[in-house]
Design a protein around this ligand. Sequence first.
Ligand SMILES: [Zn+2]
Length: 97
Amino acid sequence: MCTYHEPVCVECGISMRCQKNGVRVVDHGYADEPSLDGPLTMWGADKWICHGCSKEIIIGFSKGYQTEGEKDFAKNLAFAEMEGIVHHTKYVKDLRF
Ligand SMILES: [Zn+2]
């Protein structure tokens, strides 16, 4: 029995496809401005896309992550910025998860 199902786009009703493995995501916590929060955490994850409407999502986060201030964080962040990085914040105006 299969225990895994790929993500489904609600709008299109079709399966999403993995576009890239190993995308770096920098989590800014609850900052409303990415530069205001800290420490940052950096995760590995996968980017999926819907080929119907082109919406993209990030799922499949790594179990481990790196925290700002740890050895090589700045170097790894700079390298990830060159490759393309996703900046993430949990902040939503008037709503905290
Ligand atoms: Zn879609």
